[in-house]
Ligand binder design. Structure first.
Ligand code: ZN
Length: 288
């Protein structure tokens, strides 16, 4: 079966473009959405970047993504999300779209409320250009109390800001991702204290309600946040894959086979697995 990994990066955790492609070949992954993380230095957790391998960098830049896609034609779908607070953001995105074949706006991972009016304008442009937006959401959970420069790294402003975005920009598709999104698979309130909440699913989590309410929301299954959430109640998860079979998108944000193995272990019909592994990702972007 064709597989599209709709969320990954190069240049950190020791992954070069060459190693990314070798991993794709080994695991039968046809294409990766290769995403940037353009953020001011003071919004990035430097612990995460200590393993960075590109000497000049403090973020995952468009130039590096573009270079990788040029070196491996057809293997990478180019993602780019400029910081919407930059006055040139929309120009930069439009130029990248017209001249460098950008097909995705991502990854958006910034220390701002995602319904910041400047961000709304950027999402409106994404809708006009047919670019889905990949959003990383994290709550301000204190990992290192008192530590300089920040005690926590929050991004996005939580599920309330996400809902305001979905309502305000219905013509643009969004993919929800990361701990602050997936904690809301359950309505147990753990999202404010736990990055990876455990235990049975309680009530109707905001993620479920938002997927029901807003057709422009998709679920990015990448990273341990999604795998953890989906592992909490396998029966519940199987139902979700059935109900939201057009909205769940296979993605990794790492170079392991864990999620692939997990989905294959659920015993889902082929028609659902095809949607999740590549058809939904393909439907979200133009002319592929
Ligand atoms: Zn992320």
């Amino acid at each position: 079966m064709k597989i599209i990994d709709a969320h990954n990066h190069i240049d950190f955790h020791g992954i070069t473009a060459d190693r990314a492609v070798a991993d794709m070949d080994k695991n039968g992954i046809d294409q990766v959405w290769l995403l940037t993380w353009e953020a001011p230095e003071n919004e990035i957790d430097f612990d995460l970047f200590r393993k960075a391998i590109h000497p000049s960098f403090h973020s995952l830049t468009f130039e590096r993504v573009h270079e990788a896609s040029r070196n491996y034609p057809g293997r990478f779908i180019v993602g780019y999300c400029p910081d919407p607070r930059n006055p040139q953001a929309i120009d930069k995105l439009e130029q990248a779209f017209h001249h460098y074949d950008v097909k995705v706006c991502g990854e958006l991972k910034l220390r701002m409320m995602y319904d910041n009016p400047d961000a709304i304008e950027l999402y409106e442009t994404c809708g006009e250009l047919g670019l889905p937006v990949v959003m990383h959401i994290d709550y301000p959970i204190r990992l290192r109390p008192g530590r300089y420069p920040r005690s926590s790294y929050w991004y996005g402003g939580g599920v309330e800001a996400l809902e305001r975005v979905l309502r305000q920009v219905p013509q643009t598709n969004f993919l929800g991702h990361a701990p602050g999104f997936w904690a809301h698979i359950s309505d147990d309130g753990q999202h404010v204290a736990e990055i990876y909440p455990k235990g049975p699913i309680v009530g109707k989590g905001a993620v479920i309600r938002l997927l029901e309410t807003y057709e422009n929301l998709y679920a990015d299954l990448s990273a341990f946040s999604a795998l953890n959430a989906l592992s909490r109640d396998i029966g519940f998860t199987k139902e979700l894959f059935d109900r939201f079979q057009d909205r769940f998108v296979f993605a990794r944000d790492c170079y392991t086979t864990e999620l692939h193995d997990f989905i294959n272990g659920l015993g889902l019909p082929l028609s659902i697995r095809e949607k999740v592994f590549y058809k939904n990702a393909r439907s979200l972007i133009r002319d592929v």
